[in-house]
Design a protein around this ligand. Structure first.
Ligand SMILES: *Cc1c(COP(=O)(O)O)cnc(C)c1O
Length: 388
């Protein structure tokens, strides 16, 4: 049976403002050197924003390099018609070597052992070497530069290697020792890129969002470490670290809405929800919101977070349930069933985005947007084409 909806009206849904995403891309790009190129990081369904939609928009804006976390994401993009370079940043079993080739995907070489396994498949997989310059996550160790160079050259002969990259792990920090650490990472990467410059690798890159913002302009390194920024979080208008200040015009394009399914009066002394964790102190009005932790609303916000209704804060009372959440609307006038509540976004003069919620949960905005589940449908508003 077909379910017909002629407007955005679900129990819980997200509105993605495409023209704001486009502005984020343009404003970030403007903050970089003119010849900087952007590799759009659209892993994890474009940080919860919808990878196909985001990739289509960015392709139209001229982006021709994308990065994802795994082969399923990469194949999904190809099947949706996304062209250009697609780099898989994480591990793919060598069993998929043929698939990597047939979809023209670029696989990260996470180690020397892994490179050898890919060679043994007999498929000429397109690859980039990850170089570990201090994060100790993936990549070949760069402490011994000669050894590192040797490995790159060996597999340059055996595989179809078109790039090398490293990942910065504290580029978002203002702390002096973190800045030193980042510069050391960049130095190590530069030494290796220098050593293999005769290979003329097409893709040499070491900057994430924060790296591009704070380190790209260092002209000493510029020609050797590449002009590519792997742009993730800032594209979505969120901050690598809460203390960062984003370039002008960059903000979250993400609004999470839900509907009020019921409004009721409760008496002083009543309890709210599972575990009776909230006791009503005064006669109150309580609204039920049709969103719960199975939608990705973190249960740690129970008795702590809030939603926004008509520009007012409605505190979450009681434990967040799997599919529903209770909020106190006593001080908000005229709240009725069918009205919308904003969980993330703007309401009247209030703004509460994923970075703000992350602060309340002692985590990062990345995790907030990634953890909103598939059943929360994404809708796209303000076609970026209207503004081209
Ligand atoms: C996720 C990721 C990025 C993007 O980082 P942001 O902080 O979101 O810009 C870049 N490079 C690698 C290797 C990543 O895993």
């Amino acid at each position: 049976m077909e379910i017909r909806v002629n407007q955005i009206e679900k129990r819980s849904w997200i509105e993605i403002n495409l023209s704001q995403l486009r502005a984020n891309y343009n404003n970030y790009k403007k903050s970089l050197r003119r010849d900087a190129e952007i590799m759009a990081v659209i892993k994890a369904d474009a940080y919860g924003h919808g990878d196909v939609q985001v990739a289509r928009m960015l392709s139209d804006l001229g982006v021709r390099i994308f990065a994802v976390s795994n082969i399923d994401e990469a194949v999904g993009l190809r099947e949706a018609g996304i062209n250009g370079e697609i780099l898989i940043l994480g591990y793919t079993s060598p069993f998929y070597a043929q698939t990597l080739c047939s979809y023209n995907l670029t696989q990260t070489l996470v180690s020397e052992i892994y490179a050898e396994q890919l060679v043994n498949t007999g498929y000429p997989v397109k690859c980039q070497f990850a170089i570990d310059t201090g994060m100790n996550r993936i990549g070949i160790n760069s402490d011994d530069i000669i050894q590192c160079e040797h490995i790159i050259r060996e597999y340059f002969r055996k595989l179809n290697i078109n790039g090398i990259f490293t990942h910065l792990c504290v580029a978002d920090s203002k702390d002096d020792s973190d800045k030193d650490f980042t510069l050391k990472q960049i130095h190590k990467f530069k030494s290796i890129a220098d050593k293999v410059s005769d290979l003329n690798l097409q893709y040499i890159h070491c900057f994430n969002s924060a790296g591009g913002l704070y380190y790209l302009d260092n002209s000493d390194y510029y020609n050797v470490i590449g002009n590519i920024v792997r742009l993730g979080i800032i594209l979505y208008g969120l901050k690598p670290d809460y203390s960062n200040i984003l370039p002008k015009g960059i903000k979250s394009a993400f609004t999470w809405k839900s509907v009020i399914s019921m409004v009721k009066s409760v008496k002083k002394g009543d309890y709210i929800g599972y575990g009776r964790s909230y006791k009503v102190e005064h006669d109150s009005v309580i609204a039920t919101i049709a969103t719960g932790y199975a939608d990705g609303l973190n249960r740690l916000l129970s008795n702590k977070g809030f939603v926004m209704i008509n520009g007012h804060k409605a505190p979450i009372v009681g434990k967040i349930c799997m599919d529903q959440t209770l909020v106190d609307v006593t001080s908000i006038p005229n709240v009725t069933q069918g009205m919308h509540a904003i969980l993330l976004g703007e309401s009247g003069k209030l703004t509460y985005n994923s970075d703000d919620m992350a602060q309340d949960l002692n985590t990062i905005g990345y995790e907030i947007v990634c953890n909103i589940t598939k059943r929360v449908q994404r809708f796209y508003i303000n076609s970026y084409r209207d503004y081209l």
